[in-house]
Ligand binder design. Sequence first.
Ligand code: NAD
Length: 387
Amino acid sequence: MKTPVRIGLIGAGARLRGVVKRLLERGNGQIVATGLYDPDPLSQEAARKNFGAEIFATEDELLASDADWIFIGSLNCHHADQAIAAMRAGKNVFCEKPLATTFEDCLRVRQVEKETGRTFSFGLVLRYSPFYQRIHTLVREGAIGRLVSFEFNETLDFNHGGYIFGNWRRDRSLAGTHILEKCCHDLDLANWITGELPVRVASFGGRDIFVESNQELAKKIGPSPDDASPAYEAWPDPHRVSPFSPGATIFDNQVAILQYTGGIRGTFHTNCSTALLERRFFLCGTEGTLRGNAYTGQIEHQRIGWNTPVSVFDTKSAGSHGGGDPVMAAGLVQTLLEGAPPLATSLDGLHACVVAFGLDASADNGQMTDLQPYWDAISRSDSTSPT
Ligand SMILES: NC(=O)c1ccc[n+]([C@@H]2O[C@H](COP(=O)([O-])OP(=O)(O)OC[C@H]3O[C@@H](n4cnc5c(N)ncnc54)[C@H](O)[C@@H]3O)[C@@H](O)[C@H]2O)c1
């Protein structure tokens, strides 16, 4: 019997506990959680109940333990330093998105990955989703001819928005911006589906919902008929502040335009308080059109022509992650036990971050952002030998 692969957790919050729970279930005893570091006693306790891993008082002590892999699910501002420290300690890394909150930190992670030769698996779970996989395959197979232009979006349930604005995500210095923290998935999918990178981007954004003067919106809706939770606060969070309280430094709605290297054009829209939920791609090609909403798991496809039929693919993977979580767990098992290459890499994460940085720079300074200098800097950095 082989020795099980040992994993340690940094940041054992809601997300990483879910990822690791699914992984251990799929790992069939061949993957074990041996330790964790998280400063919050509530997260420690929840993880202890789930996995029984040893709790370390510091990150360094965890890194000095015999864990083979470190899984990172802490606040976004810590991802880069923690991933770097883990790789330097000889560990392979799984890191949740986003890769980092600054471009320089993203490049540092890539450099240390090269320098240490460790395996780096990145948490872009939507790439594993059967729904997005199907869209990607249809586009690759030429179902719509050559992709010309597209729309994509992410509109969130009002309680989901209330959750974001009620926790650390409201603070740009901890989480980065909303489009980085939440929509880096969608920006990554656009890179993947188009097979290109954006060269020029622009966006407008603002905070118009989660402001003090909108407190009465919650009263207007009233408490939940299920469990009497106040409106906008139905998602559990032990450390919540009111989502309408002052101090938030991120946008709650943003619209963007993107021009890709090969000429494809896209528009993106996100809003943190909606009633009709969409995570939709609407893709227009020279010979056909595709439309899919991850919340329904359904994809419509029609060839351009007279009376062409509409095909509807039901990927049976409804939900905001499009069924990606169990598939990512299966992929992680293969990576940890058999060395299979991860489906999502740090480079994918870096590319998605750059698009978010460019969009936010534009929203901040009112100018269009030229992304070519970022792509050039990445090429220069990737061609530099590790020190
Ligand atoms: N891939 C996805 O779909 C997805 C979904 C949700 C969250 N996430 C990502 O997962 C990460 C965690 O999100 P969450 O929803 O679990 O949030 P959370 O608030 O539930 O968990 C964050 C945890 O990090 C801990 N923490 C804070 N500072 C730390 C530090 N210096 N070192 C170690 N741990 C620290 C907190 O105590 C908390 O337990 C974020 O990066 C988020 O973007 C990804």
